[in-house]
Design a protein around this ligand. Structure first.
Ligand code: ADP
Ligand code: GLC
Length: 485
């Protein structure tokens, strides 16, 4: 197996900085790729948490003026991950969320901040670090979307480029004037380059100029080629369909392992699922829910945004209450949704429990203690919480979109498939379909043998990166070979 060197570029990487699934993927994939002969280093911005956790990182280069202030490139490692860190304090030394201010609005200089990240990725691609000259630069989401552009608008020999879409809804759109301050030529401002409906888009640039495009599930790879799913970029993706593929996400089965998880009250495996009841009791306490083993406890762990369909779940609350179920929701995001969920929790003490915030530890407990995990997304590129649920014996109830469609086998589907049922899927994404499926799940829950079968099939499903990482390894090798000929 010829070794391949890949520079991954990501704006968040678990366990250092995380706001969602991108971090989980960026943190787990490099570890899984080692077994496939891929040497991956990941470039990320030097936010305060990164600088704190990578105290021992060594300086490789230093510039008195990098995009308007002093900057350095560091190399170090953390938890088995080999990292390059772009330390540019005037761009990244800001507390809290990497993308938005404390008031929740985008930092006004996000264009500059992530152009700087992409620029250094391209420079590393061109050999800035002689000890690590990548064969492939792999850009994740819009924040890294200009990396293929910097490499493209430069005449030197370059590595292959891959652009991965984790979410079509975030496109990195800015005014064209930005081009003047980020070191790209003005002729990049055209329909074959950065131009997008009169402005520029970092994601569009990456999709237009990368050698290969991937997204995080086969079904989402189809959906984004439609006008609706493509969110403005469907036409471009249809044109580039020959280089577009969907590779399903895996999960880090060491971080998410109910047999060793330090964050849950009682550890368990497939043969001692009865310990889930003890975790359920702790979860009920933490969410101030009535203690009851008989009431099905529905869990949600999610960003609160339109994508996730949690406004539909609010409308299903009467069904949840009427049919004797409980809800434990952990989430943060849209103010309006946060307020509405807190209001239903206040109105229904003991039955609906809501924690607004971001809490990695509580997320593990919800997986270990809830009976079912609900993901009613309007669209979902892959989704990871339903994969964690499979691994923890919480039965997923999901909408039939994107990666949810690809990862869960519906209870009704099993007879026509060679795969055992692992959960419930509903379509279309409406309150009526959701409530109908919640009722169906409630009935199945009270049939102990049926429910146990669903749980055990979930636990037996391979959700690890082991096999899926191999698809990326093949993609990198094919790309390297294609560029040689
Ligand atoms: P997305 O990336 O669209 O948010 P995913 O399902 O791919 O959706 O990944 C979400 C990740 O973020 C999961 O690891 C999930 O456990 C975590 N997560 C989401 N919201 C919260 C929260 N409020 N507290 C803790 N973890 C959360
Ligand atoms: C995005 C998507 C989610 C996916 C994650 C990791 O945030 O919304 O579906 O699982 O990226 O690829």
């Amino acid at each position: 197996m010829t070794p391949v060197r890949v520079l991954a570029v990501a704006s968040e990487v678990y366990p250092i900085v995380k706001t969602g699934g991108l971090a989980d993927v960026a943190g787990a994939l490099p570890l899984a790729l080692k077994a496939h002969g891929v040497e991956m280093r990941t470039l990320m911005p030097g936010y305060p948490d990164v600088m704190r956790m990578l105290g021992g990182a060594g300086e490789i280069r230093r510039w008195p003026d990098y995009f308007g202030g002093p900057g350095r490139l560091l190399a170090g490692s953390h938890d088995g991950l080999d990292l390059f860190v772009l330390d540019v304090p005037h761009l990244y030394a800001r507390p809290g969320n990497p993308y938005v201010t404390a008031e929740g609005v985008d930092w006004p200089d996000n264009g500059l901040r992530f152009a700087a990240l992409s620029r250094i990725a391209a420079d590393i691609g061109h050999g800035l670090v002689p000890a690590f000259v990548p064969d492939v630069v792999h850009a994740h989401d819009w924040q890294a979307g200009l990396a293929p552009a910097y490499l493209h608008y430069d005449n030197r020999a370059r590595p292959g480029t891959v652009m991965t879409i984790h979410n079509m809804a975030y496109q990195g759109k800015f005014a064209p004037e930005l081009i003047g301050s980020i070191g790209l030529p003005w002729d990049s401002f055209n329909v074959h380059g950065l131009e997008y409906f009169g402005g520029i888009s970092f994601l569009k640039a990456g999709l237009q100029l990368a050698d290969r495009i991937t997204t995080v599930s086969p079904t989402y790879a189809q959906e984004i080629q439609s006008d609706e799913g493509g969110m403005g970029l469907g036409g471009l993706l249809r044109q580039r369909a020959d280089v577009l593929s969907g590779i399903l996400n895996g999960i880090d089965t060491d971080v998410w392992n109910p047999q060793t998880d330090p964050h849950i009250a009682y550890r368990f495996g497939a043969d001692d699922l009865t310990f889930r009841a003890a975790n359920k009791a702790v979860l009920q306490q933490q969410f101030s829910l009535d203690s009851s083993d008989e009431a099905p406890l529905l869990g949600v762990i999610s960003r609160l945004s339109w994508q996730k369909g949690l406004d539909l779940l609010l409308e299903a609350i009467p069904t949840i209450l009427g049919d004797g179920m409980q809800l434990a929701l952990l989430g943060s995001g849209d103010r309006d949704l946060q307020d509405r969920y807190q209001a239903v929790a206040r109105a229904n003490p003991g039955r609906i429990g809501v924690v607004i915030g971001y809490d990695e530890i509580l997320a593990h407990l919800i997986q270990a203690g809830s009976d079912a995990l609900i993901v009613p997304s309007r669209f979902e590129p892959c989704g990871l919480t339903q994969l964690y649920a499979l691994r923890y014996g919480a039965v997923p109830i999901v909408s039939r979109v994107g990666g949810l469609e690809d990862t869960i086998v519906d209870i009704g589907e099993a007879s026509t498939s060679d795969r055992a049922a692992t959960g419930f899927k509903f379509a279309p994404v409406t309150v009526e379909a959701l409530t109908g499926t919640l009722r169906k799940a409630n009935t199945a829950f009270h049939n102990k043998a049926t429910w146990r079968r669903l749980q055990l099939s979930g636990l037996a499903t391979d959700v690890s990166w082991r096999n899926r990482a191999g698809d990326y390894a093949v993609l990198y090798r094919d790309l390297v070979a294609a560029r040689r000929t």
